[in-house]
Design a protein around this ligand. Sequence first.
Ligand code: ACO
Ligand code: OAA
Length: 438
Amino acid sequence: MSDATNAGQSGGETATLRLPSGEHEFKVVNPVEGAPGIELGKLLAQTGYITYDPGFVNTGAASSAITYIDGDAGILRYRGYPIEQLAEKSTFIEVSYLLIYGELPTEAQLADFSERIQRHTLLHEDLKAFFSGFPRDAHPMPVLSSAVSALSTFYQDSLNPFDEPNVELSTIRLLAKVPTLAAYAYKKSVGQPLLYPDNSLGLVENFLRMTFGFPAEPYEVDPDIAKALDLLFILHADHEQNCSTSTVRLVGSSEANLFASISAGINALFGPLHGGANAAVLEMLEGIRDDGGDVATFVNRVKNKEKGVKLMGFGHRVYKNYDPRAKIIKNTADEILGKLKGGDQLLDIAKKLEETALSDDYFVERKLYPNVDFYTGLIYRALGFPTKFFTVLFALGRLPGWIAHWREMINDPQTKIGRPRQIYTGHASRDYTPMSER
Ligand SMILES: CC(=O)SCCNC(=O)CCNC(=O)[C@H](O)C(C)(C)COP(=O)(O)OP(=O)(O)OC[C@H]1O[C@@H](n2cnc3c(N)ncnc32)[C@H](O)[C@@H]1OP(=O)(O)O
Ligand SMILES: O=C([O-])CC(=O)C(=O)O
């Protein structure tokens, strides 16, 4: 049994931890109200205690200055800037700069950053050949993670994580080439020819053209589509220690290079409990529509915990209030969908589902609200993307956050190789039994 007193007070007070081994004084340094703090974690480690925390619900694995979330109040800030202001006033490229370098860029810094990215959008021709090795119906997420992993075979100058100029170059290469790789994963899946990037275009416009355009044919970027996608990328750009970002940091903590770490992050994002939820939500909405649109019956199946039935796009490890990004997306969905194709039956089902859930004790008691994935699929679909591609779009948005975290991790003197402990539940020592006696 352990007990910590004064643990919630910030401001450098001391508190006492009572363990069977005795009383231990520690300094409370964590600014978050109610959290015992970094010093307590360190003290527990020193005293040899293993905290059993499956899913790392209460484990602070890093200290970070990138993104702040108050899950009870529904607050999200990148580098201190509220997500609502960034969504309204900024652009994805500017937010990428902010996350990676810590400050909003000046006009000259942004121009230089954009230009450096534009110069690196082309893929090595041999890397393009890589795409013909996959089956045509391959899911684009593993195609993307494999291609990103392959970048370290083309750029061997990226292998040393402490070589700062090359980390900077890898950063730019990733921001420039991942949209090209993503567009090619799409083109391959629909059996269409690959397009070279057009570097007179901005990052989002270039990606749209490489995805939906055809070689030697003019492609007019629809500004409404580009703006909608840019907004969604901003909203996905970072979310502190989520599963994929933690994966990037964990892989990077072994001093694996940036490309290898980001490739691992893409694989972590693939799962339906994380980034894959955006596709799962759309499949769920289509299922409800195809069954006659009966939202109440579906909600009952969720409440009865029918195997494999969850309200996808609902619930969050940190938000116990409305996800501020879902609020922004919901508020703009009508406008965006209206502009693109005039309403959507699935949007009506989604809104009805939300209304039903939020007035039901099951969801209220568990503080389950729509998360960022609940409304995004409807917009991606209206923009013309197939469901299988939705999580790739999430990866494009999350990329600057992953990079920012990897760089913060590699430069943090407190970083240690990620290596959790376990509570062993297997056999105690026993003697080997010869085959003839088994
Ligand atoms: C970008 C992102 O990654 S956002 C998340 C995207 N994922 C989804 O939308 C998938 C659906 N949601 C979920 O599976 C979960 O809410 C997660 C994975 C996001 C968070 O999981 P956790 O923090 O571990 O929550 P946990 O699973 O402990 O849920 C607490 C309770 O709410 C229930 N619950 C959580 N989410 C849901 C849901 N979407 N539908 C129905 N019940 C749910 C759980 O069954 C549990 O109930 P219980 O106390 O009766 O056992
Ligand atoms: O933070 C999380 O656990 C999930 C996530 O990535 C997000 O909500 O964007």
